[in-house]
Design a protein around this ligand. Structure first.
Ligand code: GTP
Ligand code: MG
Length: 241
């Protein structure tokens, strides 16, 4: 069960879920289960963090709505970083995103969550074993497309990066503060569509800074490549050399 939205994975939905009137008891049980799920996740996250530090890897947890352009941005980054980058892909089903990243030049491993709306630290730990990290300096974990649940699960990453794309609207930052107050970097993607959409980029950036004064923002288009040099430079800086 997801601790944030309470959704069940397919393995859990088979359970007989009887209706009962003791709502109070039920809520207490849910909270207790939620806390232990989080505690377990945090243990695995710390293991991942130690592993990343030992291998001198810089790791980003990339979070945004479905379709905002996570994989499109990763394709651009794969063409720039090649074998210096590896990607862990999280989707409910299919390996489509991992296939796109591999075709663009970086190694990728797909996690299919089979219903879960977010990645957890345990499955990320397993995914690492599938990647050859010999030449890798940068790992980007593309989380399941969702602005809510992924933001509360620590994967052991160095930083969270969010994407907000122009067609989603410029009001989203304050509507989804759980994500936007935790991010180190914000990508405003699909800048090539600005002639057709009313999206106040200054407003979105200012609202993100109001939650999070340290946030660094990049205005980009994965399609045209606009703004990507600044993002490359930022990431080159993070991984050193
Ligand atoms: N015009 C324009 N389209 C873009 C841009 N970036 C991505 N797209 C398009 O947006 C659509 C979704 O892109 P994806 O990269 O699949 O988005 P995603 O965030 O990975 O989606 P999920 O993995 O399903 O959550 C695709 O049709 C892309 O071609 C951009 O900068 N400009
Ligand atoms: Mg994707």
């Amino acid at each position: 069960m997801c601790d944030t939205c309470g959704c069940l994975s397919p393995s859990e939905t088979g359970h007989h879920h009887h209706h009962h009137d003791h709502k109070h008891t039920h809520e207490h049980k849910q909270i207790a289960i939620g806390e232990s799920v989080m505690a377990r996740n945090d243990e695995y996250a710390e293991k991942n963090r130690a592993h990343f530090a030992e291998k001198r890897l810089f790791v980003i947890n990339l979070i945004s709505s479905p379709g905002s352009g996570k994989t499109a941005v990763l394709e651009v980054l794969a063409r720039h970083f090649g074998s210096r980058m590896a990607v862990i892909e999280g989707d409910i089903q299919t390996s489509r995103d991992a296939d796109r990243v591999t075709a663009a030049g970086s190694a990728a491993h797909q996690i299919e969550t089979q219903g879960a709306c977010h990645l957890d630290a345990h499955s990320v730990g397993h995914a690492l074993a599938h990647l050859d990290l010999e030449t890798v300096k940068l790992i980007i974990i593309e989380n399941v497309g969702n602005l809510v649940c992924p933001s509360t699960y620590d994967l052991g990453e160095n930083e969270k990066m969010a994407i907000l794309s122009l067609p989603e609207g410029d009001d989203k930052v304050l509507k989804y503060p759980a994500l936007f107050h935790r991010v180190k970097t914000l990508l405003i993607n699909k800048m090539d569509l600005s002639p057709y959409l009313q999206f106040d980029v200054d407003r979105a950036e200012a609202e993100c800074r109001s939650l999070n004064p340290e946030v660094q923002s990049f205005r980009v288009s994965a399609t045209t490549g606009v703004g990507m040099d600044a993002l490359f430079a930022y990431l080159e800086d993070r991984i050193g050399e």
